[in-house]
Design a protein around this ligand. Structure first.
Ligand SMILES: *[C@@H]1O[C@H](CO)[C@@H](O)[C@H](O)[C@H]1NC(C)=O
Ligand SMILES: *[C@@H]1O[C@H](CO)[C@@H](O)[C@H](O)[C@H]1NC(C)=O
Ligand SMILES: *[C@@H]1O[C@H](CO)[C@@H](O)[C@H](O)[C@H]1NC(C)=O
Ligand SMILES: *[C@@H]1O[C@H](CO)[C@@H](O)[C@H](O)[C@H]1NC(C)=O
Ligand SMILES: *[C@@H]1O[C@H](CO)[C@@H](O)[C@H](O)[C@H]1NC(C)=O
Ligand SMILES: *[C@@H]1O[C@H](CO)[C@@H](O)[C@H](O)[C@H]1NC(C)=O
Length: 677
């Protein structure tokens, strides 16, 4: 405690010097060092290191306290400061930070690009319960003063670059500690024993020290922590035997892999843990589930039974795979014969602008100058492969460029189902939709769709590619893009004689030009597929985060599934995260769940992409919050409660960002679409 007092004194002097230099209006109260002062004076500077941090810059006395990122507050009497309701007075109260009875309750800034170090003053907050600074680049040691905290219960400092030894004071927190996660740092030395030999850390459930450089023998004192549920010591350099006492814990998860443990494994309950829990240790480590210690043949009857069962299931799987393959083959054979018939039929169809024997070219408005020779002699380069085929950038002999989409196998074969769809697609003209200029069907049924080539980036690239020279996507620009997409979809749903669904709304199918004019591509192509193939494509898109839940059962896309996909796309635009399977572990990222969790945890403002918030003074007045609500409405699990695209357009138009003057410059060339190539 003596140490802490000294710091308070130090802070006191720091504050005096600040007060002298600051303007009277912004001066901090001198009477006592409140949590706010501690935060502003010590914590902020230490966490951000040498580079200014965007999130930490919100910790500023000219920003209302509720809008300081990553923090939760509680009054001395224990009642929390609620910052959820952004229309409540405290959301905009500029003097709240002077309130002496406010205390820091939690500091949560995971993945916040923090590059500094952990300040020792963190131990000085009297009511701080959770500290989550995982996934940053914080370095240096974990200060021993952290253990002086009287309130910390949850600590996650995983995936930083902390080094040095862990101070024994950390076990002083034992009375309250529930989780301690230090995974993925460079902490070294042996794990310190608690100062009091009988320490039991009764509340501690999660202890994750994996992927560090800890060494020494198994920290046996941990086996006295009776409440431990999950223990991870993997990926360190612990050595020696694993103590029998470990089996006394009611562990649900254990990971001791990739150390240098040796000797005989204690007997955990029946096949409780698999090989992966113990693998990668000294080869001498033995006992179930690893090899038997006897040195003989080593397979227990149980293990043999396991292998036999394993083999049997293997056979079953193999057989069913084979059956599936044969059925598939037979079906394919049947389809092939169908094809032959339809091709004969096709040959009798007269194409527009066709050249004898080579197939047919159908021209639409804006594509009149194209000839079959042009198209067939164009030199192409693959731009993209999608579920409906391959897109080429093709150079024409006259120097023009077109985008050619070669449909994959399984597109419609007969004239009666194909031509009406093609003709409908060829008629669609809208500022937000890339127009189809021509269509070619070859003798073998191959189909080419010919579009304008736009040398633009996809929205997906714009959001996620980190190329130099990438334009900043602030809220005004993102709103413009979202509104354009919404208008395009609304036109498909209600602006046409025969409505059409897009069927594949996703950021990769949105092209954005230098003025942030967005245009949709790949619309209506599901109508060109044989229904079973179209269903298959929808079904295969399992990993696809844009898929409405009802598509798991009925595979037909409709306007409501488009609205769902648009909702996901809007979340993607707001949050800046890729939906669906991606990320380090190929985890499924469900954007609506991320928002729900944030709302529950009262961290709604933190879900927004950092760039989105740049320059936004009031997220409410500038339509940001409404856009988030709208997106969530579009993603409603029950299709019937989703808004229509017309409603979406209306809402986006009514809730616009304020500063968009720069966007609608006279330079904007909207007429470009009408004059192709
Ligand atoms: C706080 O914000 C104001 C206005 O945005 C800025 O002028 C000032 O430099 C900031 N103060 C600190 C300490 O960052
Ligand atoms: C702002 O907060 C201060 C300090 O807690 C309080 O005295 C004041 O009444 C609040 N103002 C409003 C408008 O709520
Ligand atoms: C992270 O910080 C670095 C500088 O330290 C900066 O260049 C980069 O843009 C920051 N990234 C984000 C997402 O803020
Ligand atoms: C530790 O616990 C044992 C028995 O549980 C007891 O006899 C001993 O006095 C305790 N020691 C301390 C320092 O509390
Ligand atoms: C156990 O730890 C190893 C090494 O740190 C890691 O590769 C593995 O994924 C972990 N296993 C589980 C089930 O967490
Ligand atoms: C592993 O432990 C054994 C003793 O059990 C020791 O001889 C050996 O050097 C250790 N290996 C490493 C890589 O630490």
């Amino acid at each position: 405690m003596a140490v802490l007092k000294l710091y308070s004194l130090y802070i006191f002097y720091t504050l005096i010097s600040i007060t002298i230099s600051a303007s009277p209006a912004q001066s901090l109260s001198l009477s006592a060092s409140t949590d706010v002062e501690l935060l502003l004076v010590k914590i902020k500077a230490s966490l951000q290191g040498n580079t200014e941090n965007l999130l930490l810059s919100s910790w500023n006395s000219s920003v209302p306290l509720c809008q300081w990122r990553g923090l939760k507050w509680v009054f001395s009497n224990g009642s929390p400061l609620s910052c959820i309701d952004i229309s409540a007075p405290q959301w905009t109260n500029l003097s709240l930070y002077k309130e002496p009875s406010l205390h820091l309750l939690s500091l949560q800034l995971p993945s916040a690009n923090l590059t500094g170090s952990l300040p020792r003053e963190l131990g000085g907050f009297s009511m701080l319960q959770s500290l989550y600074l995982n996934i940053n680049s914080l370095s240096g040691t974990i200060p021993l003063e952290l253990g002086y905290s009287s309130s910390l219960s949850d600590i996650d400092l995983s995936d930083n670059v902390f080094s040095g030894a862990l101070a024994p004071s950390v076990w002083n927190l034992c009375d309250r500690l529930v989780s301690l996660r230090l995974h993925g740092n460079a902490l070294a030395g042996s794990l310190p024993e608690p100062a009091l030999p009988n320490t039991t850390c009764n509340n501690l459930q999660f202890l994750d020290l994996g992927s560090n450089k800890f060494s020494g023998s198994f920290p046996e004192f941990v086996t006295r922590f009776q409440g431990i549920n999950e223990l991870d010591l993997s990926g360190n350099m612990f050595s020696g035997p694993i103590p029998e006492t470990l089996t006394g814990l009611k562990l649900e998860k254990l990971n001791l892999s990739h150390n240098n443990f040796s000797g005989v494994l204690p007997v955990f309950g029946e096949s409780k843990f698999g090989v992966e829990v113990f693998e990668g240790n000294d080869p001498s480590l033995c006992g179930l589930p690893l090899r038997s210690c006897s040195g003989s043949s080593g397979l227990s009857p149980g293990a043999i039974a396991g292998i036999v069962i394993g083999l049997m299931t293997g056979v079953v799987v193999l057989a069913s795979l084979l059956i599936g393959y044969m059925q598939n083959k037979r079906r394919k054979g049947m389809e092939d014969s169908d094809d032959d018939m339809e091709e004969c039929e096709d040959d009798e169809v007269g194409g527009v602008g066709g050249v004898g024997g080579e197939g047919k070219l159908i021209l639409f408005q804006g594509g009149e100058h194209l000839t079959l020779e042009d198209v067939l002699n164009a030199t192409g380069q693959v731009m993209e492969k999608t579920s409906y085929g391959t897109v080429y950038k093709a150079k024409l002999a006259d120097g023009g460029t077109i985008a050619l989409r070669l449909m994959r196998e399984g597109s419609c074969k007969d004239r009666s189902s194909c031509l009406p769809v093609i003709k409908q697609l060829g008629k669609i003209r809208h500022d937000s939709l890339i127009p189809l200029r021509a269509f070619y069907q070859g003798k073998r049924g191959e189909k080419l769709l010919i579009y304008d080539y736009l040398p633009n980036r996809t929205l997906h690239d714009l959001l996620f590619e980190s190329k130099a020279g990438k334009p900043m996507l602030n809220w005004a620009r993102r709103h413009k893009i979202a509104l354009a997409i919404a208008r395009g979809l609304a036109y498909l749903h209600t602006g046409l004689e025969t409505p059409i669904t897009h069927g594949n709304v996703r950021s990769k199918n949105v092209l954005v030009d230098e003025f942030f004019v967005a245009r949709l591509t790949e619309f209506g192509l599901d109508k060109l597929m044989i229904p079973t193939v179209a269903d298959e494509i929808v079904a295969l898109a399992k990993t696809d985060g844009y898929k409405a839940p009802e598509l798991q059962r009925m595979k037909k896309c409709n306007s409501r599934t488009d609205v769902y996909a648009f909702g996901i796309l809007l979340l993607e635009i707001l949050i800046g995260k890729k939906p669906g399977k991606n990320g380090r572990n190929n985890d499924f990222v469900d954007l609506p769940s991320i928002v729900k969790v944030a709302v529950l945890e009262e961290t709604t403002m933190e879900v927004f992409d950092l760039e989105v918030l740049k320059g936004v003074r009031s997220p409410m007045e500038e339509g940001l919050v409404q856009a988030l609500k709208l997106a969530m409405g579009c993603c409603a699990p029950v299709a019937s409660v989703r808004p229509t695209m017309d409603e979406v357009v209306k809402q986006l138009e009514e809730n616009r960002p304020r500063n968009r003057s720069a966007l609608y410059s006279p330079n904007e060339t909207r007429s470009e679409i009408g004059t192709p190539f």
